[in-house]
Ligand binder design. Structure first.
Ligand SMILES: Cc1cc2nc3c(=O)[nH]c(=O)nc-3n(C[C@H](O)[C@H](O)[C@H](O)COP(=O)(O)OP(=O)(O)OC[C@H]3O[C@@H](n4cnc5c(N)ncnc54)[C@H](O)[C@@H]3O)c2cc1C
Length: 451
């Protein structure tokens, strides 16, 4: 089974099953998807076809036009690709409470086995713990998110410097192009009774028909889907990669990849990106070491919404500084409306509100200032998680929660003592002005890009 796959239950393979079901929760793609590959391999051994099931429900926390559109834009491409490979596809849009809530169970009841994504945060983590025990058929979770599988690490790593040498040692075994998907039995080409047809022209109407938060609009500049992800990667390889080492911390230089939403929703895999961008060790450090450190942390940490995750020195310094005077202090609502006194901070929040991401360098500033301008540390943590969960296209991800905690010292080291932060690293507007072109970013209307 290798390090990528693990059984989620002890139920047997059903010999009378009609297909192997791939329950796609996070890796919303067909190619370079080791979880689908695992389902195909199993199906080929059992001489069965494969059915790919992808659900989207109105009921998940913070479901909105933004996330629905991004996901729906990927569906027509997935349908086309699966049809060409002979794999069945059920995309089920659950729009309202009265719509059936048991499609997975019904599809699983006819399956020989179920394969799903091994993912350590948000819905997939919860489903794998709560839904799978109710299935009476063998179910496997496969890590199709990380390049070096999460299971290669037996414990939570302390910081980048502890995981880096281990990743570098293992990487040569995993940095290989994935094999093409090849089924030996084709799925009968008839639409499933639960399938919701999605075309580029009906997406707006589908979104409008869902009981979701219609006040969070789609991103103004980031379309969803695999084609969009590939275009973004091609753009980065041509215009950003060579400048990445020198300019990735300069938001107005546009030298970063912009791939985090696609990586989060699985429209593209980290493996494909790493193979294409192998020439930049600085980029691979972020894409592999930092990203997989986040997955490692999430895998071994039951709750990422708590300051208890932090190392002892960070908790101790916060204890000493918890009564330091904060001025100004903003509420979550003021942060959300980008209504602080600081034009740079407001621009970063505007970027989150309109595009659904914030440039990586200013994202640190965004987080550090929420720590500084909230009345408590735990309140600051809640505000950051809320704003990410609600607005970030790349949020609800191990990277989101661990980087938010980085603002409080996770995976970092002590720095010289300052008010409020104690020995946790702080950031200042003067520092941002010294190192980056703050005015150019603000002039772009807080989007980081000319729209
Ligand atoms: C407060 C705060 C919140 C953050 N929230 C998120 C989030 O919700 N989702 C998210 O993916 N990243 C988050 N990050 C990390 C980082 O800011 C983003 O990954 C990056 O800005 C995404 O833009 P990019 O794809 O252009 O990155 P690039 O610089 O092009 O990097 C390529 C990829 O490497 C990975 N990466 C880059 N920086 C980091 C990092 N510091 N830690 C882990 N992986 C990294 C990401 O997958 C990224 O897409 C957060 C950082 C901070 C300080």
């Amino acid at each position: 089974m290798g390090e990528r796959a693990r059984p989620l239950n002890s139920a047997p393979v059903r010999p009378t099953g009609d297909y192997v079901l791939y329950w796609c929760q996070m890796n919303r793609r067909v190619d370079a998807n080791q979880a689908l590959d695992y389902a195909v391999e199993l199906a080929n051994q059992l001489h069965l076809p494969v059915q790919f099931y992808e659900g989207l429900t109105y009921s998940y926390p913070y479901a909105s036009d933004r996330f629905h559109r991004f996901i729906l834009e990927g569906v027509p491409e997935t349908a086309q690709r699966l049809a060409s490979l002979g794999i069945g596809y059920t995309f089920y849009l659950r729009r309202r409470p009265s719509d059936p809530n048991d499609v997975l169970y019904r599809l699983a009841a006819r399956a020989a086995a179920v394969v799903t994504d091994d993912y350590p945060t948000f819905l997939a983590a919860r489903h794998n713990a709560s839904v799978v025990p109710k299935l009476d058929v063998a179910c496997y979770a496969v890590d199709a998110s990380c390049i070096v599988p999460m299971a290669c690490f037996e414990k939570r790593e302390y910081a980048a410097y502890t995981i880096r040498p281990k990743i570098h040692k293992l990487l040569p075994s995993y940095l290989w192009p994935p094999p093409p998907v090849k089924v030996t039995r084709r799925f009968p080409p008839r639409p499933s009774e639960f399938h919701t047809p999605v075309t580029t022209t009906n997406i707006a109407a589908l979104i409008a028909s869902c009981d979701i938060d219609h006040t969070v609009p789609p991103s103004v500049s980031i379309p969803g889907g695999r084609l969009a992800a590939q275009k973004q990667l091609a753009h980065f390889l041509q215009h950003g990669l060579a400048r990445y080492a020198a300019e990735s911390n300069q938001p107005s230089a546009h030298a970063t990849s912009g791939l985090s939403p696609y990586l989060h929703f699985g429209h593209i895999s980290a493996l494909e990106v790493a193979l294409a961008a192998k020439s930049s060790p600085e980029f691979l450090e972020q894409l592999i070491v930092r990203r997989e450190l986040a997955f490692n942390c999430a895998r071994f940490t039951p709750r990422l919404d708590s300051l208890h995750v932090l190392p002892g020195w960070a908790r101790e310094t916060m204890r000493r500084h918890r009564r330091d005077r904060r001025h100004p202090v903003y509420t979550t609502e003021q942060f959300e409306r980008a209504a602080t006194h600081d034009a740079l901070w407001n621009a970063t929040q505007q970027e989150l509100l309109t595009r659904g991401v914030i440039h990586g360098y200013y994202r640190m500033y965004w987080g550090k200032k929420i720590v500084e301008w909230s009345s408590t540390y735990s309140g600051a943590l809640r505000t950051m998680i809320y704003l990410h969960d609600r607005y970030a296209l790349d949020g609800r991800d191990p990277n989101a929660y661990t980087n938010i905690l980085w603002c409080f010292g996770l995976h970092d080291r002590p720095w010289p003592e300052r008010p409020i932060f104690g020995t946790i690293r702080s950031m200042t507007l003067a520092g941002m002005r010294r190192k980056t072109n703050v005015d150019a970013y603000i002039a772009d209307g807080g989007t980081g890009f000319s729209l």
